[in-house]
Each structure stands twice: as structure tokens, then as C-alpha cells.
Design a protein around this ligand. Structure first.
Ligand SMILES: Nc1ncnc2c1ncn2[C@@H]1O[C@H](COP(=O)(O)OP(=O)(O)OP(=O)(O)O)[C@@H](O)[C@H]1O
Length: 678
């Protein structure tokens, strides 16, 4: 008998002894109860291992669409958690309430290890399908669980250790499970803490998003905890009724469930009314004000109440319902994929853009609805992911489509010029000013769309001026006394993590809330499901409709990790077209891909390499591996600078105080190819 079979038998025997004969197990009650459910309720047998079933693609897409807002809230937090865990043999996973894996962050190597076990996006890991496991058992018990190695019901999963926590929506219902699965033998305590914190962050974001038209009320018994992860948060209707709360709020106020709290009035909970809290908060410039628990007068809280995010942003009331609470699935995406080699394609000009990925299409649809209600849209995503293309598409679908689309790149303008560029100046306002004066970009965008790209790079002093313009909707050009009224739609974009900049004090929080009426996280190219369609469309733009790709070339493109996203894809295709003799592109014309920087080049918002899409990285030699530690560090710093300056070599040279030639030599020495350059 092979070792595996003996091992399998031993594990199965142990599970059966515990379930059928009531033997004491050296494991937790949660695990024992799960084993009992597996055998008695789900009729699983530890001797008959099975692979979790996989949902068909269209059903998976439909689920992702239904939970699009949750996925939006979770994606970035999951990537951050993965980085904090710093364990290459771990995966951070999100499932829906039926145990279907919707999103996963891991190294491509670990994802490849997990795949044969049936552990990948689309697979169903409920207890009924996969026996005792982190995700399934968390769902069944509706509580945080740790399932280490031999706690699993089936032997095939006993090399894994999982920790999982439920995520609750603002109504208090469980809406997902967040899990960390790794090879380590024990759940790491700090990992569990991080997991719990991540779940809380996702819940708070979801509360903000789904209750945008309620008054947010932040509180804690210690003032320094207001606005932190530990704060209690309530969503309160204009009439003062509590609609939703986070877990900390329930705990601090002594309620066990959301049902016990929902519908109560603020003055029933605190010894004050919503109106009074709002007034006192605004008078104290939104610093926490003291309030007392109504039931226990000695229990003091510090609280801040604000106007709803929606009204604070000038959002009009939405006919027929609350924007944040409507189901995410109300559009039909264009069909994706299925096109073979050489088929006719429609060129994707930058104006039209290609948005075949269902998630992207939904985001465009939601953003179009938001902008049509004058809600500003904030686009986030890695560099080259198509934020400007998306913004133009949004403008084209908006009520102001007939007006101008005015783009301002806040990162590329020298600080001294941003102000005049944005607000304009009166004739003779300063030395060097044009004699006739100049209408600033804000006024040029009148009745159109103002697109503030790389808004995270705007200097703090100018943020204050911009804030005033957004509030007052009028502009005072430099050197002028006169204010000019202006009406525009606002879209902004950044590849930086703006909430993190806010926390670091480098971006004004009040401005962030005014820009971020609706936050849209654009997926990186490697996560898009319409890659094939996009490749063909971009190829048609670059080489005309007769161009074709060989299957090998298409395969290489489809499996590339694309750290520079669509911009890099476009660049690679442009070079391939130049290298190919006729209209047919083959793998050999994609030599440029071999010299593309490894994922260490990932920009600020980049998640770790996603599962299963980076197989090719194995084939490629990573140029960075030949560098010593100092060079590797130097390379990383340069890559970051290049990304920040959008691969503009002159600007990076300027920032470093070296000549362009010196910089080129350095780039060459550190194996940094300039394939990202525009
Ligand atoms: N959906 C799309 N359809 C067609 N082309 C696209 C699409 N998205 C991006 N591109 C191409 O990729 C290039 C980069 O797009 P864009 O400038 O919008 O990216 P970005 O995310 O705003 O970049 P950055 O963060 O560096 O400003 C564009 O010039 C365009 O050619």
C-alpha cells in the first residue's frame, strides 16, 4: 500500500471514529461539528474524496456582477492583506455565501499548486461540496474559523491551513467570506488579526457605498478612535432613524444583532438628536463632540455626524430609489471572447474604448448613471489601465457629451503653473502672462467635463482652491476680482491610493469626499476577461482590419502579466506590427515581451500577481535577478519614479538632478527597458 493510501486511510479512519463512535478528537468543537454535518447532513464520506465542482463562466460572471460593489470594496483590501502577510505560499480568497470563489490574490506559483485540488476562481468550496474547510465551515457556522491541516474532512486538503471570517452587509446579513489559505502548519495569530481587520475595512467601505444617502455617524468612547477602524459607524436617515451599523457600533452600544438596532432613533440611543449632533459637529469643524448613551447616562461617547455623502456632493435625489442599494446587475455586457484567429474586428479607438469585460462594462454603466446625476466619479487603477479612455467614454455617455472634455494632468504640470492652468488669469496678471489673459481649464470645461488626471499629485495648497471651486461652482482667475460661474461634470483619476494619502495627511479628506461621489476601480489588464477582444481590437487599430495573429502569438499575449496594462499591450502590438513582414503577427514578433520588466515593476495600486495568469513568467528570465542587492534597490526606486512620472524620462532625470544620458545609461545597466514609454 502506498504511503498516500495509508495516510488517507488513517485520516478517514480518525474522522469516522470521531463522528460515528463519538471518540474525543484533539481538535475544536467547531471542526467536530463540521465533520458531523459533512457525514450526516451532506452524506460525504472521508474515504471518497471529491473535487469541488466549478461554475460555468457565465454563471460566475453573473455572480460577480451581482456583488460588483462588494468586489470593488474588497479587491484593494485583499491585495493589501496579501502584501502584509508576506507569505508567497498563501492566498487571500473571497467567496459568496454559497462558497463560490469570486476573487483570489496569490502568487502564480501557489495558485498553480492549488489548482489541481480544485482551488481556484469559480470553484465551489461550501461544506457540502468540499467538506470541512475554512470557507465552507465559516459559512456554515457564520463565524470566524481556523481549519488547520488535518481538521479538513478530506485528506487531499490536509496540506493546507485556512482561516476565514464572514463579511456582513449593512443590513447585518452575511454576504461573503474572506479567507486566507496557506501551507503553514498553524494559523498565524497576526494573520488572523489582519484578516479580521480586513473584513472590517471591507464592511465599512460597503456601508459607505450602500448608504450614501444616509447621514454617517462616527463614534467611539475614546475620541482618538473616531475615524479609525475601531470606530462605531451608523447610517442615519434624515428623520434620525438608524438604518445600518457596523459591528463595532453594535458592540459598543450593546446590541447583538442589527435587527435590534435598526429603526431606532438617534435620540433613543444617544442623549441628543441627529439635528443637534449635526449642528455641533459642523461647528467643531467635524471634530468629535461629546454625547452620552441614553440608557446609561454615565457612558460617554465622542461622535461626529455628517451630511450624507450624496447630498454633500450635490447629488440630486434619485427617482425610484437609493442609488447605492440597487442591485449591481442591471446591464448586459457585450459578449466576450470566442473569436478565432484573423476574424474581422472593430478598431478600438481611444475615444470609444473597448469595455467587453463584464465588470468593466458594469462599472461604466454605473458611472454613467452617477455622472448623469451630477455625482463626481473617481477612477482608480494601475497605470495604463485605461483611466483616461474610461473617462472619455463616460463623457460620451453623459448629458454633457456635446460639451468639451477637458483633461488636466496634475502630475505633469509644474506646481507653479497648475493654478493658472486650472483657473486662468487676467491680462497682465503676472510677468510672462499672455497679453490677452487666458481662460483656465475649469472655464473651458463649462457645460462639459473636467477630467483631473493624477489628482493625487495635486499640491495641498491648490487642493484648498479646487475645493472652493467645487463648492461654489465659480472661478476667480488669477489677478482678477471677478468671479465667473461655471457648470461642469467632474471626473478625476489617480493610480495612487488616495485614502492612504488622506491618512498620511497628503491629501485633503474633504476634497477626497467631494471627488469620490462614486469610486471606480478599473481592473488591471491581466484580470480582464475581454483580453482576446481587446487584443484584436487594438491590433486592428494599429495595423488595419486585415491583420491577424497566430495562435501562438495570441497565447503569449493572453498569458503575459502586463505590468504596464493596456498601454503596454498597445506598445507591444505596435512594435510587432512594425517587425512583421505582412499582416500576420507571429510569436517571434513579440520578442519585446521577453525584455519587459518583471512584476516588481507593479505600480502603487497593483495587487500581487494574480492567480494563473503569469505562467509565462517562468519562461522568461527576470533581468533583475542578476543584480546585487544595492542595484536591485536602485532599480526598484527608479521603476517607482518612472511609473510616477508615467515613463517620462526627462521628468525623472530632472527629478533626480541628472542628465537624460546619464539616466539612459543607468536604465540600461539596471535592465530597465523603456517599453512602457508612451
Ligand atoms: N478600453 C480601452 N480600449 C482601447 N484602448 C485602451 C483602453 N484602455 C486603455 N487603452 C490604451 O491604453 C493607453 C493608456 O490608456 P490611459 O491613458 O487611459 O491609461 P491610464 O490608466 O489613464 O494611464 P495613467 O495612469 O498612466 O495615466 C491609451 O493610450 C489607449 O491606447
Amino acid at each position: 500500500m502506498s504511503l498516500t493510501v495509508i495516510e488517507n486511510n488513517r485520516h478517514a479512519h480518525r474522522v469516522m471514529e470521531v463522528v460515528l463512535q463519538g471518540f474525543r478528537a484533539e481538535t475544536s468543537d467547531v471542526v467536530v461539528q463540521s465533520w458531523q454535518r459533512c457525514m450526516q447532513q451532506h452524506h460525504l464520506h472521508p474515504d471518497h474524496p471529491r473535487k469541488p465542482p466549478v461554475l460555468p463562466r457565465d454563471q460566475l460572471d453573473a455572480r460577480c456582477l451581482r456583488l460588483a460593489d462588494l468586489l470593488d470594496c474588497a479587491r484593494h483590501e485583499m491585495a493589501t492583506l496579501y502584501q502584509q502577510l508576506a507569505d508567497p505560499e498563501s492566498a487571500v480568497v473571497l467567496t459568496d455565501t454559497e462558497g463560490v470563489i469570486l476573487h483570489m490574490v496569490s502568487s502564480s506559483e501557489f495558485a498553480d499548486d492549488l489548482k489541481p485540488m480544485g482551488f481556484h476562481v469559480g470553484a465551489i468550496w461550501s461544506e457540502a461540496e468540499a467538506g470541512t474547510n475554512g470557507m465552507g465551515t465559516c459559512l456554515a457556522s457564520a463565524s470566524a474559523v481556523a481549519v488547520s491541516r488535518e481538521d479538513h474532512f478530506f485528506t487531499q486538503f490536509t496540506s493546507l491551513t485556512c482561516s476565514a471570517v464572514p463579511i456582513f452587509d449593512p443590513s447585518g446579513a452575511m454576504c461573503a467570506v474572506l479567507d486566507v489559505t496557506s501551507r503553514s502548519s498553524l494559523p498565524q495569530q497576526h494573520g488572523l488579526v489582519l484578516l479580521g481587520m480586513t473584513a472590517q475595512m471591507v464592511e465599512n467601505r460597503l456601508l459607505d457605498l450602500r448608504c450614501r444617502d444616509a447621514h454617517p455617524l462616527h463614534f467611539h468612547s475614546r475620541p482618538e478612535f473616531v475615524y479609525t477602524l475601531h470606530e462605531g459607524r451608523l447610517a442615519v436617515s434624515g428623520g434620525g432613524q438608524i438604518q445600518a451599523a457596523n459591528r463595532s457600533a453594535l458592540m459598543q452600544l450593546g446590541f447583538r444583532t442589527m435587527d435590534e438596532l435598526r429603526g431606532r432613533h438617534v435620540d433613543e440611543i444617544f442623549q441628543t438628536s441627529l439635528a443637534s449632533l449635526l449642528e455641533r459637529s459642523s461647528r467643531s469643524a467635524y471634530h468629535p463632540v461629546v454625547t452620552y448613551r441614553a440608557a446609561q447616562a454615565a457612558h460617554r461617547f465622542f461622535a461626529v455626524a455628517r451630511p450624507p455623502a450624496a447630498t454633500a456632493l450635490g447629488e440630486r435625489s434619485v427617482p425610484g430609489g437609493k442609488p447605492g442599494l440597487e442591485p449591481a446587475i442591471d446591464i448586459v455586457a457585450r459578449p466576450v471572447g470566442g473569436r478565432g484567429e484573423g476574424e474581422a474586428v472593430r478598431p478600438a479607438g481611444e475615444e470609444s474604448g473597448a469595455f467587453g469585460d463584464p465588470r468593466l462594462a458594469t462599472q461604466l454603466h454605473r458611472a454613467a448613471r452617477a455622472i448623469s446625476r451630477e455625482i463626481p466619479v473617481l477612477l482608480q487603477g494601475e497605470t495604463g489601465a485605461g483611466k483616461e479612455v474610461f473617462a472619455r467614454a463616460l463623457h460620451g455617455r453623459s448629458p454633457n457629451a456635446a460639451g468639451a472634455f477637458v483633461a488636466v494632468n496634475c502630475a505633469s504640470l509644474p506646481e507653479s503653473l497648475i493654478e493658472s492652468e486650472l483657473f486662468g488669469y487676467r491680462a497682465g496678471a503676472f510677468t510672462g502672462a499672455q497679453r490677452s489673459g487666458r481662460r483656465g481649464k475649469v472655464l473651458q470645461a463649462d457645460r462639459g467635463t473636467l477630467f483631473l488626471d493624477e489628482i493625487g499629485d495635486m499640491p495641498l495648497e491648490l487642493q484648498a482652491r479646487l475645493l472652493r471651486v467645487l463648492d461654489e461652482r465659480q472661478v476667480t482667475p488669477l489677478g482678477s476680482e471677478e468671479t465667473v460661474p461655471v457648470e461642469f461634470q467632474l471626473i478625476s483619476a489617480s493610480h495612487r491610493d488616495l485614502p492612504a494619502l488622506v491618512q498620511a495627511g497628503r491629501f485633503r479628506e474633504d476634497l477626497y469626499y467631494r471627488l469620490c461621489g462614486l469610486a471606480v476601480m478599473l481592473p488591471p489588464l491581466r484580470e480582464r476577461s475581454d483580453q482576446r477582444e481587446l487584443i484584436l481590437a487594438l491590433l486592428a487599430t494599429e495595423a488595419g482590419p486585415d491583420a491577424t495573429l497566430s495562435p501562438r502569438a495570441m497565447d503569449r499575449l493572453l498569458t503575459h502579466p502586463w505590468p504596464g496594462n493596456v498601454r503596454q499591450l498597445r506598445h507591444v502590438l505596435r512594435t510587432a506590427v512594425a517587425l512583421a513582414d505582412g499582416d500576420r503577427i507571429d510569436a517571434e514578433h513579440l520578442a519585446q515581451l521577453a525584455s519587459v520588466a518583471a512584476p516588481s515593476a507593479a505600480p502603487a495600486l497593483a495587487a500581487p500577481q494574480p492567480s494563473g495568469l503569469a505562467d509565462e513568467a517562468d519562461e522568461l528570465s527576470d533581468p533583475a535577478v542578476h543584480l546585487n542587492v544595492i542595484q536591485a534597490n536602485e532599480r526598484e526606486v527608479l521603476m517607482r519614479l518612472l511609473n510616477e512620472q508615467r515613463w517620462n524620462v526627462s521628468k525623472v532625470a530632472q527629478a533626480l538632478g541628472v542628465s537624460r544620458n546619464t539616466l539612459y545609461r543607468k536604465l540600461h545597466k539596471l535592465h530597465i527597458p523603456l517599453t512602457h514609454a508612451r
